[in-house]
Design a binder for this molecule. Structure first.
Ligand code: MG
Ligand code: MG
Length: 272
C-alpha cells in the first residue's frame, strides 16, 4: 500500500532530511587520505545519538545480508557501490567513497547518499560521479504531479546512456516515510509514460548508481557489500523527495547547496 503524506508529515520528514543532509556534508569533509572508515562510522554514531535520531540501518535485516546490520553508515569504496560494510580501512589518495545513510526523527525517515573522491581525482571518476548527480537531478525534476513513475526511471536511465553507462535493475529507489523502504520501487531505468501516476504527498528516495563498465554486480562474503562484477569503479547519489503541488521538494538538501539536489559544486571546490 502506498501512503500519501500530508503537508505536515512532509515537513516532519524534512526535519530528518535536514539532519541527514548536514551529517553527510560533515562526513564528506571528514573523509580524507588516512582517515579510517570506522572513524566516519563512529562520527556518525555520535552525531545521531546527540541529535536523538535513530539509525534505520542498525539491526536492519533484509532477505540478503548476513544477519542484522550493526552500523549506521554504508561506506562503499571504489568497486563497492551499495551496502558497503564499514570496516578498518584507511582511505587512500584517489579512492572513490560512497556514503549512504538513513535516519528517523520522531518517527519520520529520510535517506540520502553521495559519492566523493578522496584526494586526487581522475577524470573518469569525476565523470562517473557527475553522471549519478545529473541523473538524480533529472529524476527529481520528473517527480511532479501528473507525471508517472516511469518518467522518473526513464529520466535516470536516459542520463546513464548519455554518459555511456548501463543500468542495473536489481536495486533502485523506493518509497519512504515512516520506514526506510516502502512501496513503490523506483527503478533506475524504465519507460516514460508508464507506471503509477505521481500524486502530491508521495515521498520517494531516488538513487541512481552506476558502474563504469558493467551493469552486473556481485556480493561480498559478508552478504552486504555489493560490487561491480568486473571490479570497475562505481558511484551513487540519492535524495529523499516529496512530490507536491508546487513540484518536487528535496527533503535531504545539503548545507551550501540550497535546494540543489546534487553536490557537483562540492566536487568543483575539491578540485580547485
Ligand atoms: Mg540510501
Ligand atoms: Mg535508499
Amino acid at each position: 500500500m502506498i501512503e500519501l503524506k500530508s503537508a505536515e508529515e512532509i515537513d516532519r520528514m524534512a526535519v530528518a532530511g535536514q539532519f541527514v543532509g548536514e551529517l553527510l556534508t560533515e562526513l564528506r569533509e571528514v573523509a580524507a587520505v588516512g582517515v579510517n572508515l570506522m572513524d566516519l562510522e563512529h562520527h556518525a554514531r555520535r552525531r545521531i545519538k546527540e541529535r536523538g535520531a535513530e539509525s534505520c540501518y542498525w539491526d536492519y535485516t533484509p532477505s540478503f545480508g548476513r544477519g542484522p546490520f550493526r552500523n549506521v553508515l554504508c561506506l562503499s569504496v571504489n568497486d563497492a557501490v551499495l551496502h558497503g560494510l564499514p570496516h578498518h580501512y584507511a582511505l587512500r589518495d584517489g579512492d572513490l567513497l560512497s556514503i549512504d545513510m538513513a535516519v528517523g526523527i520522531d518517527g519520520w525517515v529520510a535517506d540520502s547518499a553521495l559519492s566523493v573522491i578522496i584526494g586526487t581525482p581522475t577524470p573518469d571518476d569525476l565523470k562517473l560521479i557527475e553522471a549519478t548527480e545529473v541523473a538524480l537531478e533529472a529524476g527529481i525534476d520528473a517527480a511532479r504531479p501528473g507525471n508517472q513513475l516511469g518518467d522518473i526511471s526513464a529520466a535516470i536511465g536516459g542520463v546513464a546512456r548519455r554518459y555511456g553507462y548501463r543500468v542495473n535493475g536489481e536495486f533502485g529507489g523506493h518509497g519512504i516515510g515512516r520506514t526506510m523502504h516502502e512501496a513503490p520501487h523506483v527503478p533506475n531505468d524504465g519507460r516514460a509514460g508508464r507506471g503509477m501516476k505521481l500524486k502530491p504527498g508521495l515521498t520517494v528516495a531516488i538513487e541512481p548508481w552506476f558502474c563504469r563498465s558493467t551493469d552486473k554486480i556481485k556480493f561480498d562474503d559478508d552478504g552486504w557489500t555489493i560490487r561491480s562484477a568486473d571490479g570497475s569503479r562505481t558511484a551513487h547519489s540519492e535524495h529523499t523527495v516529496a512530490i507536491t503541488d508546487a513540484g518536487p521538494r528535496v527533503l535531504t538538501s545539503r548545507p551550501g547547496h540550497g535546494t540543489r539536489p546534487g553536490n557537483r559544486s562540492g566536487q568543483a571546490a575539491a578540485r580547485s
